[in-house]
Design a protein around this ligand. Structure first.
Ligand SMILES: O=P(O)(O)O[C@H]1O[C@H](CO)[C@@H](O)[C@H]1O
Ligand SMILES: O=c1cc[nH]c(=O)[nH]1
Length: 238
């Protein structure tokens, strides 16, 4: 076991979906995976391994924010030798063309997190970026499944309740929405030479105030999960 995951080596697949909400991990495992086995209950950060179309896949709840997510991502990479990490998370829409329930493929992730400065020092503004091959497969999978997706830059913020940030400027500069993890995931995926992508569902619109109920957030974001799973399977079989 690693520090925060009680699984044995080999219990976790090379491909891992990463929802923030552990109950979404349970829902994904029980809805999409065949023969799911729960390998982690430490801190209720539920983790499961099963198969999807014959491919071994795990799903691990990460908690909220970059610090929590990177605990799980770094242990998955460094202890369990995971190679493909796909965040499946909720996101607040910002741009006017983004609507509640839209699916976004986060090509890049701007951030206000100190993780960039802590890594590179001040004055260097690294651009956390998705793995192109995963992004390409996710885009193709979405087209095949007739799931409309939008592709672009998002922002990973350190604060959910953030009324100090200049959202109008971010929207002008084509930032589609806000969540709290993708930039950290992309950064450490690059560091350890593994592949990462964030597939996001718009749960609410930060500017218009439109939202979906929490119960729906937990359970009903199946389009993004389908895109993530189909992308990995087509990637593995390519
Ligand atoms: O739905 P998840 O994956 O948790 O993602 C989003 O939801 C949480 C905030 O409600 C943050 O973790 C944010 O990134
Ligand atoms: O971080 C997040 C996630 C979903 N919705 C938001 O408004 N912010």
């Amino acid at each position: 076991m690693s520090e925060h995951i009680e699984a044995k080596k080999g219990d976790i697949a090379k491909i891992v979906l990463l929802p923030g909400d552990p109950l979404r991990a349970k829902h994904i495992a029980e809805t999409f995976l065949e023969d799911p086995i729960c390998y982690n209950t430490v801190r209720n950060a539920l983790g499961y391994t099963g198969t999807y179309k014959g491919v071994k896949i795990s799903v691990q709840g990460t908690g909220m924010g970059i610090p929590s997510t990177l605990i799980y991502a770094e242990e998955l990479i460094n202890y369990y030798e995971c190679e493909i990490l796909i965040r499946v998370g909720t996101c607040g829409g910002m741009a006017p063309e983004i609507k509640v329930r839209d699916v976004i493929l986060a090509q890049s992730a701007t951030t206000d997190s100190a993780i960039i400065q802590n890594t590179f020092g001040s004055g260097l503004y690294y651009a956390p970026t998705a793995d192109f091959s995963l992004l390409d497969h996710a885009y193709a999978a979405a087209k095949k499944e007739q799931i409309a997706v939008k592709v672009g830059n998002i922002i990973s913020e350190d604060r959910f309740y953030n009324d100090e940030i200049d959202r109008e400027k971010l929207i002008q500069y084509k930032v589609l929405g806000a969540e709290m993890e993708a930039a950290g995931l992309y950064l450490i995926a690059a560091k350890y030479n593994v592949r990462a992508l964030a597939v996001l569902t718009i749960s609410n619109h930060i500017i218009s105030g439109e939202s979906t109920p929490a119960s729906e957030r937990e359970r009903s974001f199946n389009d993004m999960v389908k895109v993530a799973l189909e992308a990995t399977v087509s990637q593995i079989k390519a």
